[in-house]
Design a protein around this ligand. Sequence first.
Ligand code: SAM
Length: 200
Amino acid sequence: MAKDWTGNSNSIFKTLGASNHTEKERQNEDYYATDPKAAEWLLKLEKFSDNIWECACGEGHLSRVFELNGYNVKSTDLIDRGYGEGSLDFLAIDNMEWNGDIITNPPYKYAKEFIEKALQIIPEGNKIAMFLKIQFLESKGRKNLFITHPPKTVYVSCSRLLCAKNAEFNKNDKGGGAVSYAWYIWEKGFKGTTELKWFN
Ligand SMILES: C[S@@+](CC[C@H](N)C(=O)[O-])C[C@H]1O[C@@H](n2cnc3c(N)ncnc32)[C@H](O)[C@@H]1O
């Protein structure tokens, strides 16, 4: 059992589902919280460096799992959702290098921009892991990204993992359970053929 912020024993899932933010605040900026199981799976699939930046952390559904597994986690978000540091626009970051890996489920409408920004700020050989819909593989707009920066591996989830609007995992959210997701892994500098694997 993990401990929540108040020190009580609790499941990660239950702890992170709780929030005292208003509905309006939480709906802002494409907020879908990821089932922490997705992060647990990722750590079984890939090795990461000690420092992880969850740059769109929401309420910490992914960050918390990385922390519990011993990583140094920097958690930031554009919106202050009560976890990590708020008011940090990842896309506005300029002139910095992050000496670690970057892992998130980004706002879907800016996913390409998040990947491009992450590629700019990590050193060669470091990794980016993005939890994205399978459909992210298609579209003319992303073709150039995939040709210039092919992901090293795409791990498709065989069973559905839920991303819950406003972290309301208890609601039967049709927008979550109906969507197929994958972990997309970039290793900066990789120019080979993308490997496709399955998990879950
Ligand atoms: C799909 S939610 C995922 C939340 C969290 N990563 C998770 O997996 O539970 C996307 C998050 O991106 C944040 N966001 C949107 N635009 C952003 C930006 N420009 N910089 C940083 N965070 C942003 C939203 O506030 C939201 O919390």
